[in-house]
Design a binder for this molecule. Structure first.
Ligand SMILES: [Zn+2]
Ligand SMILES: [Zn+2]
Ligand SMILES: [Zn+2]
Ligand SMILES: [Zn+2]
Length: 806
């Protein structure tokens, strides 16, 4: 997904293999990125572009005029089955394929407002009603919608506005019924009921506010760093030849302290497992992907997106985000159709980065690249006119650079300040020499194709602005994009979110981390890797925060994990991954420890003796660790037993998802007996079994048994991930939910406290789970109740309401 689709990849690799040796050598040995780009782009033939165009046609990203009716009808089916969530998503798809100010779009918005109403999303419902009207909602259907509007206003405690809407409705009735008799009567009855409700609710308080903006405000670093405005004053930027640029603690840091808070310089939403495909005649995709549920600009989860006016792909949480995205980059990207999906997220980020560059940052880059292209110093007289053409209005700055040297730390400005801007992005390392010639060729050819398509678009449609920031020279712009594409391999940061799964009746939620988008964060990129890092990174919208996950002493390096974490991967696997993706050999303390310790492997992967239960040791043949036991067994045998068991656990999880907890309990209990005979009690699979049992018992309402199993799962998680890990935080959160549901008040309070402590370190106070924990606590302690919250008598009911909060 990051790289171009496989068909294009193999096409380009084949093209490369068929190139004359001399040309391969020229490109492989090219000294600068500009040269790689120029040589490669000369090789891009019309038939290559045609091949790519055909691939791009496989995606349906433009507006299909026949789709809205289809999606509306499919949505109506779901609506009738009372699947309002499903209906909402399908109406959204209909909206994304509709042109503005058509009957299609107004009807889809109107229907979506009804689905949102049933989901209790009154604010969103009101917005959709407004949009439906803005796009010309049919007069004859107006009364029904006005009634819905009034209902929302009542529910939201805005009685004055509700009364006004009711008066409007009455007036429209008085003007003469536009509806059939029966419908008219139903409407009038509803109207009477509503009038009474409006009067009752005259004194209702405000609704619970959305925590997001507040969360972002409260996340500010304590004391800003003079050198790196996105970091706290507890860290400073250093550089040495071995480690490159890195951050160290300037004072003792406590767990949970916020060290970096940085908005992505650029981010691109992942299209999801399967991006919108073009299906055969009169068929449209009804699957839901991330692209349907998250804002393409700010990445906020949204049930009621507004689409781009020009394509069916880009969708936003609000009009505001749509306009911002259009102004910043989407006006250029919109016309590219499926090409960006074909070329992959990295290529998309490369393009968007150049579009986001401020002119002053871009001009520096242009100067640098011009110098490269001429392979001469940009300030030498020969290239002067050429440079001047590109940076005509920047003569003063050029003069300035002649006098001052480049700042000592790459990416900093002339005053030594390191900001999250294009200049810093440009100085992230591309590791060009480490990447294979084929890969470089793939990137260069993809970028060339993108440049050609954009040139064509800007010729045929002069209103579509070309990225002005990099001047009119394609060579410069292409070289910059190529550099970004190569940089992303080591510098791309996955933007993740925690998704909660779990059915309505099973109120113990499971959470999993999912990748939402990929972005570039110049400050976060300064952190070096460790397989057992001392920080934790999390995201709200496009903002990354880095917090200390443990105590960090003054002078110690601030480290985060690029992916291969010691609790999830063995040392050999980590080393291999880090070398192939990031081109370095890890020598973090975890790796050094494991090098010296015996190759027994971690406890969460350990086998134990069938006869005496002691841990087994060895490679191909394992022998019992106990002196008094002579048992030995082949690893292959144990691994196949393990795989067997994994399969059964998978089946049990499926049973759970399909609402068959009793059968899951049966299956898992058998697995547990089997596991006892050859797996260590702290094996991660044992943890999964206990977790599954906990869920199954919770689903069948046995809180005590559920809690007992969850506590065992917690022990395994603690061994594998550590007592203050994110994973531990999520498990403690689940346990707190269970105790809460089971009325076990002291246990619940105790677990809530522990969960809060752990989650606080990783996420700060505005995390969703922490907010829920606090609501649970205030309910248990009978503190001032939450507005509109129920009384203490029935925590279960209260809890279910909590979990359905937006
Ligand atoms: Zn947004
Ligand atoms: Zn668009
Ligand atoms: Zn390591
Ligand atoms: Zn033994």
């Amino acid at each position: 997904m990051d790289l171009p689709v496989d068909e294009w990849k193999s096409y380009v690799f084949q093209k490369w293999s068929l190139l004359p040796k001399s040309i391969q050598v020229t490109i492989s040995t090219a000294e600068t990125l500009s040269d790689i780009f120029l040589h490669s782009s000369l090789l891009l033939q019309p038939e290559d572009e045609m091949f790519l165009k055909n691939l791009s046609r496989g995606y349906l990203v433009e507006k299909d005029p026949n789709a809205p009716l289809f999606y509306r009808e499919e949505g109506n089916k779901k609506f009738q089955q009372k699947d309002y969530m499903g209906a909402t998503v399908l109406y959204s798809k209909g909206i994304s394929h509709s042109r503005p100010h058509t009957a299609d779009i107004s009807l889809c918005y109107g229907n979506r407002s009804a689905a949102l109403f049933h989901l209790g999303q009154y604010e969103m419902c009101l917005k959709d009603i407004m949009r439906a009207q803005m796009h010309g909602y049919p007069e004859r259907l107006q009364p029904k919608m006005l009634l819905r509007k009034a209902e929302c206003l009542v529910a939201l405690g805005r009685p004055q506005e509700a009364s006004q809407t009711i008066r409007d409705l009455e007036r429209s009735f008085a003007a003469g019924p536009t509806l059939a008799g029966a419908q008219f009567q139903i409407l009038q009855r509803n109207l009477c009921r509503l009038k009474m409700k409006a009067e009752e609710k005259e004194t209702l308080t405000e609704t619970f506010p959305a925590a997001l903006t507040k969360a972002l405000e409260d996340m500010d670093v304590k004391e800003e760093n003079g050198q790196i405005p996105n970091a706290s004053s507890s860290v400073s930027l250093c550089t040495d030849p071995l480690r490159g640029r890195y951050l160290v603690a300037t004072k003792d840091i406590l767990p949970g302290e916020l060290l970096v808070k940085e908005d992505a310089f650029v981010s691109v939403l992942h299209p999801g497992e399967r991006p919108p495909l073009r299906l055969p005649e009169s068929e449209w995709d009804t699957r839901v992907t991330n692209g349907d549920l998250y804002c393409h600009r700010c990445l906020v989860h949204t049930l009621a997106p507004v689409p781009c006016g020009g394509c069916s792909y880009a969708k936003y949480c609000s009009q505001d985000c749509m306009q911002q995205a259009w102004g910043l980059y989407h006006s250029v990207e919109c016309s590219l159709g499926g090409l960006l999906l074909t070329l992959g997220v990295f290529c998309h980020i490369a393009l968007r980065s150049t579009l986001l560059a401020r002119p002053e940052d871009a001009s520096r880059v242009v100067r640098k690249l011009c110098g490269e292209i001429r392979n001469k110093d940009p300030c030498s007289p020969e290239s002067e006119t050429w440079v001047q053409a590109l940076t005509c209005d920047l003569g003063g700055e050029r003069e300035e650079r002649r006098k001052t040297r480049e700042p000592p730390i790459p990416g900093c400005d002339l005053n030594g300040k390191y900001e999250s801007n294009y200049n810093a992005v440009f100085h992230l390392l591309p590791h060009t020499e480490n990447q294979s010639p084929e890969h470089r060729f793939l990137c260069a050819l993809s970028v060339s194709a993108l440049c050609r398509q954009l040139e064509a678009a800007s010729c045929s449609e002069p209103t579509v602005a070309r990225p002005a920031v990099l001047g009119s020279e394609v060579a410069v712009w292409g070289a910059a994009m190529l550099k970004h594409m190569l940089q992303l391999r080591c510098n791309a940061q996955a933007i993740t979110t925690i998704q909660h799964t779990g059915s309505e009746e099973n109120s113990v939620t499971n959470s999993r981390q999912v990748r939402l988008a990929t972005g570039l964060f110049p400050v976060v990129s300064l952190l070096n890797h460790s397989c057992s890092p001392n920080t934790s990174v999390s995201f709200v919208s496009t903002v990354a925060t880095v917090r200390a996950s443990q105590q960090i002493g003054r002078g110690e390096e601030i480290l985060h994990c690029y992916g291969p974490h010691r609790s999830r991967m063995g040392a050999a696997e980590r080393r291999q991954k880090l070398r192939s993706q990031y081109f370095f050999d890890c020598s973090c303390p975890a790796c050094r420890d494991e090098e010296h310790s015996a190759a027994a492997g971690p406890r969460w992967e350990a086998f134990c003796c069938t006869r005496c239960g002691a841990l087994l040791q060895g490679d191909d043949v394992l022998t019992c660790g106990s002196m008094s036991c002579t048992e030995s067994v082949s690893r292959g045998h144990l691994v196949s037993r393990l795989q067997d068991l994994q399969q059964q656990v998978g089946m049990a999880q499926k049973l759970l998802r399909n609402g068959k907890p009793e059968r899951a309990i049966q299956l898992l209990s058998g697995c547990r007996r089997d596991a006892k005979s050859f797996l260590s009690g702290e094996h991660s699979l044992v943890g999964q079994m206990e977790d599954g049992l906990a869920q199954a018992y919770a689903a069948s309402g046995d809180w005590q048994k559920s809690a007992a199993h969850l506590q065992k799962s917690l022990q395994v998680v603690e061994v594998q991930h550590g007592p203050s890990s994110v994973e531990m935080g999520h498990e403690l959160f689940k346990l707190a939910q269970l105790f809460f549901n089971g009325f076990a008040i002291p246990e619940a309070l105790n677990t809530i406290r522990k969960a809060e402590e752990v989650l606080m370190v990783h996420f700060g106070p505005w995390n969703d789970e922490i907010q829920e924990l606090q609501k649970m606590k205030s309910c248990l302690l009978d503190l001032p109740p939450i507005p509109g919250g129920p009384s203490m008598q029935d925590p279960k009911v209260f809890f279910q309401q909590l979990t359905t909060l937006p």
